[in-house]
Design a protein around this ligand. Structure first.
Ligand code: RP5
Length: 162
């Protein structure tokens, strides 16, 4: 199976990345995590993106806060699908990162998830890989069913709490 590449702009983004790696582990998807910044280590970020397809990656996830150019900078150097996670890491509460990540110019798409949306970034990456992987698609179906069952258990219990 192709790997998911996860790049974060700083180790301060780690709690958000952990949501993604937990989800990928649960779905048995191989991944690799790096700390590269569009601004502090632009050469390493570019080189990673340029080599990603040859290095066995199928999807890339890029997480950054503040003036969050990481996902766009990664996407500029690969035609692999890139998923951006805007991180809430400044006085602007993540709105800065959301707009910086989502407002990409035509030609260089970034699929942007919610602010701090590490779990959904991993699920979207899994769904992309599952287009060509029936076993993974089955695991995603199972997860959906088990998530729905948990909600219905809460539904059955809610009236007793009130
Ligand atoms: C961004 O700036 C990082 O992705 C992080 O979310 C934010 C703050 O970084 P640190 O100053 O905590 O390293 O580039």
């Amino acid at each position: 199976m192709k790997k998911v590449g996860i790049i974060m702009g700083s180790d301060s983004d780690l709690p958000i990345i952990r949501k993604a790696t937990d989800t990928l582990k649960g779905l048995e998807i191989p991944f690799e995590v790096h700390i590269y910044s569009a601004h502090r280590t632009p050469v390493e970020a570019r080189d990673f993106a340029l080599a990603a397809r040859d290095n066995g990656f199928g999807v890339l996830i890029a997480a950054a806060g503040m003036a969050a150019h990481l996902a766009g900078a990664i996407a500029a150097n690969t035609t692999l699908p890139v998923i951006g996670i805007p991180c809430q890491s400044s006085v602007l509460d993540g709105m800065d990162a959301l707009l910086s990540t989502v407002m990409m110019p035509t030609g260089i798409p970034v699929a942007t998830v919610a602010i701090n949306g590490g779990g959904n970034a991993a699920l979207l990456a899994a769904q992309i890989l599952a287009v060509e992987d029936a076993d993974l698609a089955r695991r995603l179906d199972d997860k959906r069913a088990s998530d729905a069952a948990k909600v219905l258990e809460k539904d059955a219990a809610v009236m007793q709490q009130l």
